[in-house]
Design a protein around this ligand. Structure first.
Ligand SMILES: Nc1nc2c(c(=O)[nH]1)N[C@H]1C(S)=C(S)[C@@H](COP(=O)(O)O)O[C@H]1N2
Ligand SMILES: [Mo]
Length: 411
C-alpha cells in the first residue's frame, strides 16, 4: 500500500495510456479558468436563474426516515422532455450537511487488489478519454409513501428519480490503469463526507459501464449531487452511485457496510432481508394529469409521463384510460436512450366521467411493469408491504373524479 500517495510525475510514468496525452502538452488547469463563485452572486446575469414567475422547485419529504436524511424530490409534474435541470435533481443524503470540497484538494485513491495503487487528482481524471451519457438515477426508496397526506402528489411519491447527462471517465479505465488482480470480485466505493458512506459493487459491473462523473448537464456536478466527483451506476438502485467519491478499494468480498447490509436491506415479514438488490425493474408514471392536479373540464388532454428500466432500453409504454382493462400504445419521444428517462405521450379526450388512468412499461428484456399485486408476489410480500418499504415499480393508477380532481387510486 506504500505507493498509493503517488505524485503527479509518478502517476504519469506509471500510466501507459496517458503517455501519449502527456506529450500533447499542458492543458491549462480547468479550475484556473473557472470564475470566482462570488462573481455569480454579484451579477445575476453571470449565472442565469429561472423567471421569477416560475416556481418549479424541489420539495422535502421532511423526516422521511428516522436518521438524518435529506430527501428532496424532483417536481416531475412540472417538467418536460427527459432532462432534469441540475438544480431540480432529487437529493438523498444519509448525512447532516453537504461536504464542501475544494476540487484542487480532492483526490481519488484506488487501491487494494491492484498491481499499482494510485491517487488521481481532478485534473488527472479529466485527462482520460471522457464519456457523456444520459442516465437516470432512482432511489431504492422512491414511490413511498403511497398513502397519507403525500400520497396524491406525483412529486412526493415518485420524485426520487431524475435524469441528467453525466460526463466523466469510465470506472473501468481507472481500474485498468491500476491493474486489477485476478481474484478480485468487488469494489468498495467510499464518499468523503464525515461518515464515509460506503457501498460494495460487483467487479463485473465496475468493469462495464459505471461512470466516474465530474459533470452534470454540461457543468460541474452540483455540490449536493457529489461535487466534484461521483459514481453513476446506470440502471441500478441509486444507493450504489456514491457521491463525493474519494476511495475505491478492489476486494474479494463485499464490505457489508451499514448502508448496504443494515439500512437498505429491508426485512420482509418472514424475516429474510432484501439485501444486495441492484437492477431496477421496468417502471413508468403518468406525470400529467396526476394526483393533486385538477382538470378544468372535459375535452382534449395530452397524457404524458416518464418510463425507465434497469434493463437499458424502454421499448414500449402503454396507457390505459379504463383502470387497466385495456391498454393502447403511447408514443415514445425521441431520442430514447438506454438507462435514461423516456418521455411518452398519449392523446386523450375526457368525457367528464370518473376514470382511472395508468401506464405500463415494457423493456428490452421483454419484462413488463407489474401491477402492485404482481410486484408484491415477486418479493413474496402482500401489497401493503409497499406502504413502508422500498423497491416499488408497480403500475400507478390515478383516479380522475367528475369534478376534475385527481387522486392516487392505489390504496
Ligand atoms: N457519499 C454518499 N453517496 C450517496 C449517498 C450518500 O448519502 N452519501 N446517498 C445515496 C442514495 S441513497 C441515493 S438514492 C443517491 C442519490 O443521489 P442524488 O442525491 O444525487 O440524487 O446517492 C447515493 N450516494
Ligand atoms: Mo437512495
Amino acid at each position: 500500500m506504500g505507493s498509493h500517495h503517488s505524485d503527479r510525475r509518478q502517476f504519469l510514468t506509471e500510466s501507459a495510456a496517458l503517455a501519449s496525452l502527456a506529450a500533447v502538452g499542458a492543458v491549462q488547469s480547468v479550475s484556473a479558468q473557472t470564475p470566482q463563485a462570488d462573481a455569480r452572486l454579484k451579477d445575476p446575469l453571470a449565472y442565469g436563474q429561472p423567471s421569477r414567475f416560475d416556481n418549479t422547485v424541489r420539495k422535502s419529504l421532511g423526516n422521511a426516515t428516522p436518521i438524518n436524511d435529506t430527501a428532496l424530490t424532483t417536481p416531475l409534474q412540472d417538467l418536460d422532455g427527459i432532462i432534469t435541470p441540475s438544480g431540480l435533481h432529487f437529493l438523498m443524503d444519509h448525512i447532516n450537511g453537504i461536504p464542501e470540497i475544494d476540487p484542487k484538494e480532492h483526490r481519488l485513491l484506488v487501491h487494494g487488489m491492484v498491481d499499482r495503487p494510485l491517487t488521481f487528482t481532478m485534473d488527472e481524471i479529466k485527462r482520460f478519454p471522457s464519456v457523456s451519457k444520459v442516465y437516470f438515477l432512482e432511489c431504492n426508496a422512491n414511490s413511498r409513501p403511497l398513502r397519507g397526506p403525500n400520497g396524491d402528489s406525483v412529486q412526493l411519491v415518485h420524485g426520487r428519480t431524475s435524469c441528467s447527462e453525466w460526463t466523466g471517465v469510465l470506472l473501468s479505465v481507472l481500474l485498468k490503469e491500476c491493474g486489477v488482480q485476478r481474484d478480485a470480485q468487488w469494489i468498495i466505493a467510499e464518499g468523503n463526507e464525515a461518515n464515509k458512506y460506503t457501498m460494495s459493487i460487483p467487479l463485473v459491473k465496475s468493469m462495464d459501464d459505471i461512470l466516474v462523473a465530474y459533470a452534470q448537464n454540461g457543468e460541474p456536478v452540483r455540490p449536493q449531487n457529489g461535487y466534484p466527483l461521483r459514481l453513476v451506476v446506470p440502471g441500478w438502485e441509486a444507493i450504489r452511485s456514491v457521491k463525493w467519491l474519494s476511495r475505491i478499494a478492489v476486494v474479494d468480498t463485499p464490505a457489508m457496510s451499514w448502508h448496504e447490509a443494515g439500512n437498505n436491506a429491508d426485512t420482509r415479514p418472514d424475516g429474510k432481508a432484501l439485501g444486495f438488490r441492484f437492477e431496477l425493474g421496468p417502471k413508468s408514471i403518468i406525470t400529467r394529469p396526476s394526483g393533486g392536479q385538477r382538470l378544468p373540464g372535459r375535452g382534449f388532454y395530452e397524457i404524458t409521463g416518464l418510463a425507465w428500466t434497469g434493463a437499458g432500453l424502454v421499448t414500449k409504454v402503454e396507457v390505459s384510460v379504463d383502470g387497466g382493462k385495456t391498454y393502447k400504445d403511447a408514443q415514445l419521444q425521441e431520442p430514447v436512450h438506454r438507462f435514461a428517462h423516456t418521455r411518452f405521450r398519449f392523446a386523450w379526450e375526457w368525457n367528464g366521467d370518473e376514470v382511472v388512468l395508468q401506464s405500463r412499461c415494457t423493456d428490452e428484456k421483454g419484462e413488463v411493469q407489474p401491477t402492485i399485486a404482481e410486484a408484491a408476489k415477486i418479493l413474496g410480500v402482500t401489497p401493503d408491504y409497499f406502504l413502508q418499504a422500498d423497491h416499488f415499480n408497480g403500475i400507478q393508477p390515478w383516479r380522475i373524479n367528475r369534478d376534475g380532481s385527481i387522486q392516487n387510486a392505489l390504496f
